[in-house]
Design a protein around this ligand. Structure first.
Ligand code: IPD
Ligand code: CA
Ligand code: CA
Length: 277
């Protein structure tokens, strides 16, 4: 068993260096640098360059660890530790020249998140968290907001563009939350959305069918900042199911009453990928 503190410096350093790669390429993409993985699902040469660099740094420090990275997939079934890497969260923003994107890196051990970083490249904001150590923004502790009423809350979300059959249930939830909250944002990087919940800029966030590398770091961040993360029914399945409600405890309780009405039957992304949903 490793001392957990050794993970965070590798993660932070990898995110910073990957961020430099992304910053250099931002606004300079040529048409040959952008490809489509699916409908509306971009990947760029910079996603690949960032991921390659992150993996090389992790392999150098932890050669026996497993890796799940968005663009190159997962390696091996054995090994107790697994790194979750999103080399560029917010690729659609990046492609459109919207300066709101991040690098997200987490490590888990038997389903327990051991460290997580989210680096908002253009604002040079490094969010980080370790179990029991709290959540940090550029080295300073952050907490979730203490806003109590949903009617005062600013919520973030992401659209189910990879799960279009669920758009009806999503829009019902959106409408319900829209009518009862103070504001709604769709910013385009789930990792930053979760980090913003952790530091109190957002009071809550929800999205369905995210992947472990989108949310691993952000889930730890929110919990370490005093917030709650669950699926739409309140269960602790988010890392695998990708169904996320994250908020300060009071707003989480109020959001769950609404997501439970509209989204309780939505399967997890794990079930969709396995073809069992
Ligand atoms: C996406 C972003 C976006 C969320 C999508 C994710 P990507 O990640 O996090 O905010 O709504 O569901 O897939 O594709 O830019 O790494
Ligand atoms: Ca992502
Ligand atoms: Ca990505």
């Amino acid at each position: 068993m490793h001392d957990p503190h050794i993970f965070i410096s590798t993660a932070r350093n990898a995110a910073l260096e990957a961020g430099e790669i992304l910053r250099d390429g931002f606004g300079r993409l040529k048409s040959g640098d952008v490809a489509l993985k699916g409908f509306g699902d971009y990947v760029t040469a910079m996603d690949h360059a960032s991921e390659k660099h992150i993996i090389s740094l992790i392999r150098r420090d932890f050669p026996d660890h497993r890796i799940m990275a968005e663009e190159s997939g997962s390696d091996g079934d054995t090994g107790e530790y697994r790194w979750l890497i999103d080399p560029l969260d917010g690729t659609a923003n990046y492609v459109h020249g919207i300066p709101f994107y991040s690098v997200s890196i987490a490590i888990e051990h038997g389903g327990r998140l051991m460290a997580g970083v989210v680096y908002h490249v253009e604002l040079n904001e490094m969010f980080s968290a370790e179990p029991g150590q709290g959540a940090m923004l550029n080295g300073e502790p952050v907490r979730v907001s203490d806003r109590k009423g949903l009617d005062k809350a600013m919520l973030g979300t992401g659209f189910p563009w990879r799960s279009k059959p669920y758009i009806g249930a999503y829009m019902d939830t959106f409408q319900h939350l829209f009518m009862q909250s103070a504001g709604m944002r769709r910013m385009g990087s789930a990792a930053i959305d979760l980090s913003y919940v952790a530091c109190g800029r957002l009071d809550g966030f929800w999205e369905m069918h995210l992947r472990p590398y989108d949310i691993g770091a952000g889930i730890l961040m929110v919990r370490e900042a005093g917030g709650v993360v669950s699926d739409f029914n309140g269960a602790d399945t988010s890392l695998a199911s990708g169904n996320v409600v994250a908020a300060n405890p009071e707003i989480h309780r109020q959001m769950l009453e609404i997501t439970g009405q509209h989204l309780s039957d939505v399967p997890g992304v794990d079930a969709i990928q396995a073809g069992t949903a």
